[in-house]
Write a protein that binds this ligand. Structure first.
Ligand SMILES: Cc1cc2nc3c(=O)[nH]c(=O)nc-3n(C[C@H](O)[C@H](O)[C@H](O)COP(=O)(O)OP(=O)(O)OC[C@H]3O[C@@H](n4cnc5c(N)ncnc54)[C@H](O)[C@@H]3O)c2cc1C
Length: 505
């Protein structure tokens, strides 16, 4: 048992671009067409929101995120898009006023916050206004008796966690790898999952209520008054994962936890990936919930931990010592036949857990790479793992494909694939799509989920009809009811829009 790991230092509290553009914004090509604002709209926007920018730099930067494919575009002198204007509201009232203007003028509004999305969700593919929420930041209220916090949507994860720890002796328990790149509103909009999710749950388990600005500018509150309510369907959850297409989250009420008192770490080496998956399944099945339970296949065990002949399982738990003890007995028992590897791999994981890949360096070397996270029941997981690996390996140009299990449940788990290839440069985008199709095809074929936590954005839109198995029209009807002019983040979630179908691939 040791004391909990120190919290990494805070970042800048502003969006971090994945790579710098190699030329001035005005000289970049645009992958998705720009559209000028209708006459008179800029003045109305300026009346609605104090800070509105129209310069090339701001409008180009605010129109991109961490989608790896768009990094290869950037290195070739092409920006994904350019917003016609960027509005930076400081209050829910300003958000509502901007939405009212755009709704009546039928102009697209795309929310952007940390812009760490990896599927292009915050790229304004049909131009219009980008609503930059990063000026709406900070803790708004704290209820220590009920362990509830009200937080503004543009609060970056590391700033949120630091404020909770320093001022209130609490933790959110939500720790995505992109902690310093992403915001609370972005977590909710994308149904984010943190690295400690087996202990603390995912963002949908943490949220109890929201304030949301609807497309026509109406502000509504959902939930938030009690730990649970049987008052019809849960409308809070309607907005969780809606990626800015159904409303703009202007405040969130989240559950928090007392700071953990102790931590325990361990690692084991399994001969086969399947054996490690079986151990994870048994741990969850027997009711243990170690905060972190990550199993790496041989390729990743070699690359990340120097154990190419093992499948490394890293486990870490935190909380009260007695709480940890019981669960840890279950973990040790399930790993009984594996080789104990001590604390080294867990320490290595902790030291690197918030490091991000240098996408620019890979892309500059002609390497097309990305990660694909999916989820499925335990029964289907091994089949998906092998089919997906085989599918990507068979593609000409593939250099490597691997996976780890990163989030486990009693009924299944998340597999996180990484692929890298050096295809013929003229076929780079075709290779990228084929690699994605191989993993997604293997997943959907066996009944798995299209995404576990990165969401849909532009990149996965083409698979939404198959993934939702006939319920995409239901989602379209909800969208039409809440956003009748279709102005909120058009071109995403695989939905059609007044400007046409999603414009990629
Ligand atoms: C290196 C790296 C590691 C990552 N690791 C993880 C991880 O461990 N777990 C994980 O879940 N994700 C991870 N991600 C993905 C990404 O960080 C998450 O999707 C995150 O939730 C996005 O938040 P953001 O503030 O950056 O949102 P943005 O990228 O700015 O926006 C994402 C989407 O949310 C919408 N949106 C944002 N704010 C609001 C709001 N207030 N109201 C309505 N819609 C809104 C946008 O319109 C867009 O559709 C990672 C990304 C990177 C680059």
């Amino acid at each position: 048992m040791s004391t909990p790991s120190p919290v990494p230092p805070r970042g800048t509290g502003i969006p971090t671009p994945p790579v710098a553009f190699d030329r001035a914004a005005g000289e970049l090509g645009r992958r998705f067409a720009e559209r000028p604002l209708p006459a008179g709209l800029l003045a109305r926007l300026q009346g609605a929101c104090n800070t509105v920018a129209t310069d090339d730099d701001t409008c180009t930067e605010a129109a991109r995120d961490w989608w790896p494919l768009s990094v290869t575009w950037a290195l070739a002198g092409t920006a994904p898009s350019r917003a016609a204007a960027v509005a930076q509201p400081r209050s829910a009232a300003e958000v509502a006023a901007v939405l009212t203007v755009c709704h009546h003028a039928r102009v697209p509004v795309t929310v952007a916050a940390g812009r760490s999305g990896v599927c292009g969700a915050s790229i304004p593919v049909f131009g219009g206004v980008v609503l930059d929420l990063t000026a709406m930041a900070g803790i708004e209220a704290y209820d220590d008796t009920s362990l509830l916090v009200d937080v503004a949507p543009g609060t970056f994860g590391d700033h949120f966690e630091a404020a909770l720890r320093q001022k209130h002796g609490a933790t959110s328990g939500h720790w995505p790898q992109s902690m310093a790149l992403s915001t609370v509103g972005g977590w909710l909009a994308c149904r984010s999952a943190g690295q400690y999710s087996t202990r603390y749950g995912k963002i949908e388990d943490m949220v109890t209520g929201l304030q949301v600005a609807l497309a026509n500018g109406t502000l509504v509150r959902t939930g938030g008054r009690a730990p649970r309510a049987a008052t019809g369907p849960d409308l809070t959850q309607l907005f969780v994962g809606s990626e800015g297409t159904l409303g703009v989250i202007t405040s969130a009420r989240l559950r928090v936890h007392p700071l953990p008192l102790a931590e325990r770490r361990g690692a084991w080496g399994f001969a086969k990936f399947e054996d490690g998956l079986e151990a994870c399944r048994h741990i969850l099945r027997r009711g243990a919930t170690p905060a972190v339970l990550r199993l790496y296949d041989p390729t990743e065990s070699g690359r990340s931990f120097g154990f190419p002949d093992h499948c490394v399982l890293v486990a870490l738990d935190e909380g009260a010592p007695t709480q940890i003890d019981g669960g840890w007995l279950v973990v040790e028992d399930a790993c009984g036949r594996a080789e104990p590897l001590g604390e080294g791999p867990a320490q290595r994981w902790l030291a690197h857990r918030n490091q991000v890949a240098d996408l620019g360096q890979l892309a500059a070397a002609g390497i097309v790479a990305d990660t694909v996270e999916i989820a499925s029941s335990w029964s289907a997981l091994t089949g998906i793992y092998h089919d997906a690996l085989r599918g990507v390996q068979e593609l000409p140009g593939t250099l490597a494909v691997s996976a780890h299990q990163s989030h486990a449940y009693r009924d299944g788990a998340c597999l996180y694939f990484t692929f890298a290839g050096r295809p013929d440069p003229a076929a780079a985008e075709a290779y990228y799509c084929s690699a994605w199709d191989a993993v997604v095809g293997a997943t959907l074929e066996r009944g798995g989920a299209l995404s576990h936590h990165h969401g849909i954005g532009i990149n996965r839109g083409r698979h939404m009809a198959s993934a939702l198995e006939g319920t995409l029209p239901m989602l379209a009807s909800i969208k039409a009811a809440l956003d009748p002019h279709g102005v909120l983040n058009p071109g995403k979630l695989g939905l059609d829009s007044p400007w046409g179908p999603p414009p990629w691939p």
